[in-house]
Design a protein around this ligand. Structure first.
Ligand SMILES: *Cc1c(COP(=O)(O)O)cnc(C)c1O
Length: 373
């Protein structure tokens, strides 16, 4: 499934394993003003808008950089300098949005929940009733810190009922978990080429309501991260303002074709759910415990509690798994000692079973009797 075959499987939150054909799409050079390249960009932008049922109301604004660049551009462009952002936080990516707002000088407040609990629409409801200064609410759809799925629909309904605008960081969910702008009232959603869309890293994008983009002129704190200006550039001549990551975009175009061929969001989501199910079942059979109950677990990345067996040592476990061809991910939690295993990227049931087999062999080698925490 991968190319070249000696690459390890990346069971991480990104960068992720990509298909051979996505990598092959990068084996040529593109002129940024070339007709074919301009078409490729238009195709990407249209497909992204279609994915959320955005019709004529949303525009896709791609931006060079990793996902965080897109999130920073979304906040900096859409929250006016006189605005105020309320962030729902239950992990590192929520905290990152608070940090962005602080660095760029936007008024910001947060409601924090523990990392193993979903954000609270009820607390949001109370906060919005109490603080009329809040203009925008920001939430992470799947908080990759733990792998938890947040109640986006209810957050969106509460935000809309109070007449505020919603900004969504859908980075680790976009393309695999449903999000429909006709059902979920939102102003903008940010994601990137390299998570569930299975492109290579290097570009992010924000899908923004056109009326909000029009109103955002002059808001941005930064020239390069100004989504209004970037959008104007695309509308004027279908080109990027600054050197585009041409090879990344060629790979992204191919990745989106493969996403459509797999059955779009439903097909991709089904493969990841099956990956996650196999992984969690296999881990539990070895005594491991997941941080989250199944009802809160998004099929993206699984947080596993650290085994109690004194023979278990994560750095050694990691190294031995890496030698067997599987890259895991350390934990990032404050609530529990843990590590993480991702189930997104170009991986299927065979790779999940392979990873479980490698874990079994590694535990035996280390003399660990059980994964029990
Ligand atoms: C990966 C991710 C990001 C962006 O991270 P980058 O390292 O900048 O690509 C933002 N939010 C969430 C929820 C993520 O999973």
């Amino acid at each position: 499934m991968t190319f070249p075959p000696k690459d390890p499987f990346l069971l991480t939150p990104g960068p992720l394993t990509t298909s051979a054909t996505v990598k092959q799409a990068m084996l040529r050079d593109w002129g940024s003003r070339d007709g074919a390249f301009i078409e490729l960009n238009a195709r990407i932008r249209n497909r992204l808008v279609e994915m959320i049922g955005g019709g004529g109301e949303f525009a896709a604004v791609p931006l060079q950089g990793s996902g965080t660049f897109a999130v920073e551009a979304m906040i900096g462009t859409l929250v006016p300098r006189t605005g105020k952002l309320l962030v729902l936080v239950n992990g590192a990516y929520g905290h990152r949005m608070v940090r962005i707002a602080e660095v760029i000088g936007r008024a910001v407040t947060m409601i924090e929940t523990a990392e193993d609990l979903p954000v609270s629409p009820e607390a949001l409801d109370r906060a919005l009733a109490e603080d009329p200064a809040v203009t925008h609410v920001a939430v992470v759809q799947c908080e990759t810190t733990s792998g938890i799925l947040n109640p986006l629909q209810r957050v969106a309904e509460v935000t809309a009922r109070h007449g505020r605008a919603l900004l969504v960081d859908a980075m680790s969910a976009f393309g695999a978990l449903p999000l429909d702008a006709r059902e979920t009232p939102l102003q903008a959603v940010a994601a990137s080429s390299n998570k569930c869309l299975e492109g290579v890293p290097g570009t992010g994008f924000v899908l923004v309501r056109r009326t909000a983009l029009e109103a955002a002129r002059g808001n941005a704190h930064s020239l390069t991260l100004d989504l209004h200006d970037q959008w104007r550039g695309f509308e004027a001549n279908a080109q990027w303002r600054f050197t585009p990551p041409t090879h990344v975009l060629a790979a992204f175009d191919q990745a989106l074709s493969e996403h459509a061929a797999e059955g779009g969001v439903a097909g991709r989501g089904a493969r990841y759910r099956e990956n996650c199910r196999i992984l969690v079942e296999g881990l539990r059979a070895m005594g491991f415990e997941t941080l989250l109950p199944d009802a809160l677990q998004a099929p993206v990345i699984v947080t596993v509690r650290m085994p109690a067996d004194p023979a278990f040592d994560f750095p050694h476990f990691y190294e031995r798994m890496r030698k067997r061809g599987y890259v895991l991910y350390p934990g990032k939690l404050t609530v529990a000692d843990s590590f993480r295993i991702g189930c997104i990227g170009r991986l299927g049931a065979a790779e999940m079973r392979g990873a479980l087999e490698a874990i079994r062999n590694t535990l035996a080698e280390m003399g660990v009797a059980s994964g029990r925490p």
